[in-house]
Design a protein around this ligand. Structure first.
Ligand SMILES: Cc1cc2nc3c(=O)[nH]c(=O)nc-3n(C[C@H](O)[C@H](O)[C@H](O)COP(=O)(O)OP(=O)(O)OC[C@H]3O[C@@H](n4cnc5c(N)ncnc54)[C@H](O)[C@@H]3O)c2cc1C
Length: 245
């Protein structure tokens, strides 16, 4: 069983109105695979403990001791407000890497279809970043990657600026947004809940190429998207899901 390790916060930045990217240095970290998560444990002065899971947002780099999380603030939550209020240099307990079913690596064949509900994009960012890192090493890599993220507003799309950079830089990376609450003037993306027509549109041309599909977000979102993908012809065995609860 993995031991609890001490992580020190070394970087904190907003990546959406409601999501903070927090990077911890963990001297005893032995590395992770793309798509894995960690458990975080907080202990109060009275000994009360709270524990939650958080996905890893950074792509693995051999020998790196850094772990990045993307934490959505839940106003009445127990752990996320505490994590948001950490100052640089603060320490927390981290256990991981955990989870073996939601992993991806660049040696897996086929196109990649990534679908996120809100902060469910965090483990998918690790996949996107690993794919981009490989593309920069192997310029002839032509894998198609499609990412769809659903959020209430544009300000709540985590990592929006980074996503736009990839979208503009790499023709084989297609990024789609759907905003379910309100859209800014001139918005050209989708503006409704994820549905069959939307999913069929984003996977156009990929069905025959055996895409690997990763879905992450709230349980209801993940189940609805997975069922709909099967209806439009995606092989159920190629669908991997991670539920944030
Ligand atoms: C594998 C995995 C990976 C995950 N990765 C991420 C990630 O990358 N990023 C991320 O942001 N989250 C992630 N999560 C979710 C995360 O673990 C937490 O569930 C989330 O941060 C909320 O924790 P919290 O302590 O802030 O809120 P909690 O205290 O757990 O509360 C959750 C909600 O319940 C409500 N609530 C709490 N107590 C009560 C009560 N008594 N009555 C009524 N309502 C109540 C709160 O208002 C809040 O809205 C992941 C979960 C899993 C399982």
């Amino acid at each position: 069983m993995s031991p609890w390790l001490i992580g020190t916060l070394i970087s904190s930045k907003m990546v959406a109105e409601n999501v903070k990217s927090l990077t911890f240095e963990v001297p005893e970290w032995l590395g992770h695979k793309t798509g894995q998560h960690c458990d975080i444990r907080l202990t109060s002065e009275t000994g009360y403990q709270a524990q939650r899971s958080y996905s890893i947002a950074n792509a693995p780099v051999a020998g790196s001791k850094l772990i990045e999380f993307g934490v959505q603030l839940l106003d009445n939550g127990e752990v996320s407000p505490y994590l948001w209020n950490l100052a640089l240099g603060d320490k927390i307990e981290i256990k991981g890497p955990l989870g073996g079913h939601f992993i991806w690596s660049t040696d897996m064949p086929g196109p990649l279809v990534l679908i996120a509900g809100g902060s469910g994009i965090v483990p998918l960012m690790a996949m996107l970043r690993e794919h981009v890192a490989q593309k920069e090493k192997i310029t002839e890599s032509t894998r198609d990657l499609v990412l769809l993220i659903s959020a209430r507003t544009k300000e709540k799309v985590p990592y929006y600026i980074e996503l736009e950079e990839y979208k503009n830089q790499y023709p084989n990376i297609k990024i789609f947004y759907t905003l379910t609450e309100n859209t800014p003037a001139g918005w050209t993306g989708f503006s409704r809940r994820v549905d069959k027509e939307m999913l069929a549109e984003i996977v156009t041309g990929l069905l025959d190429k055996m895409p690997m599909t990763y879905i992450c977000g709230p349980t209801g979102f993940v189940e609805a998207v997975a069922n709909t993908l099967v209806e439009i012809g995606i092989n159920p065995h190629s669908i991997k899901t991670e539920r944030f609860g």
